[in-house]
Write a protein that binds this ligand. Structure first.
Ligand SMILES: CC(C)(COP(=O)(O)OP(=O)(O)OC[C@H]1O[C@@H](n2cnc3c(N)ncnc32)[C@H](O)[C@@H]1OP(=O)(O)O)[C@@H](O)C(=O)NCCC(=O)NCCS
Length: 200
């Protein structure tokens, strides 16, 4: 079976959690960083599949779903829906780690903190492109044009204009985005994130 790009289905949800964890260390496997295997996916993957299935696509080969692109056409409306429909249940399950000094937080505690204090994407970036996305492929699908195909599918749903935030150390992904046509927005905080935009 060739790698197929298709719209997200609800039964793909477990794969979203798994792929998010396995690419959660700046693009590499983040399993060793976490005690809780789901928490990273609760923030960066699952809510997009559940709340924004129209903008979600997966890449599937003979062994199963091994990649996704997820996003929203309207970042501010999505953030509002997370506040109303997604974060409350997670806040009940994961205690806030605000009392733990930042340098002493484990990755699980950092992500619990994000659930209680989710940062809004910067206004300057949202003004340029209200849509945003996340893309992750397991190693077996990387470097074969699958990322490009997923990006084509997502951008088609948002009229070709979108932004993304990439962790600064993940230079490999940034090169992919630049080759695809994204441009970097220098000087937008926080410095730990590289913000990029296409179509604007
Ligand atoms: C980053 C990622 C999405 C790229 O997808 P991919 O399928 O591996 O990339 P593709 O094979 O579709 O590459 C598309 C184009 O970008 C180029 N490219 C991809 N990665 C590149 C790199 N690191 N440096 C230079 N060019 C690169 C390819 O040569 C190709 O160019 P072409 O179409 O002109 O031939 C994928 O590797 C991935 O999921 N990595 C791990 C998770 C991750 O880092 N996600 C991003 C978090 S911000």
């Amino acid at each position: 079976m060739m790698t197929q790009i298709r719209p997200y289905r609800p039964d793909d949800l477990p794969a979203l959690y798994e792929i998010c964890l396995k690419t959660g260390d700046n693009g590499s496997d983040g399993t060793h960083l976490y005690d809780d295997r789901r928490i990273i996916g609760e923030i960066f993957a699952a809510p997009y599949g559940v709340l924004e299935p129209r903008h979600a696509f997966v890449a599937e080969d003979a062994a199963g779903v091994a990649g996704y692109i997820l996003g929203t056409a309207d970042t501010r409306a999505f953030e509002a829906r997370l506040e109303a429909e997604w974060w409350p249940a997670l806040r009940a399950r994961y205690p806030d780690a605000a009392h733990v000094p930042p340098r002493e937080r484990t990755r699980d505690q950092w992500d619990a903190y994000l659930i209680h204090h989710p940062p809004a994407n910067p206004q300057a970036v949202v003004d340029l492109a209200p849509a945003h996305l996340h893309i992750d492929l397991l190693p077996r699908l990387q470097g074969q044009g699958v990322g490009r195909r997923l990006m084509d599918a997502f951008l088609d749903t948002v009229g070709g204009r979108a932004h993304l935030g990439c962790q600064a150390p993940n230079v490999r992904a940034q090169r992919f985005y630049e080759v695809y046509g994204f441009r970097r927005l220098d000087g937008v905080p926080p410095r730990s994130v590289v913000w990029m935009v296409i179509g604007a």
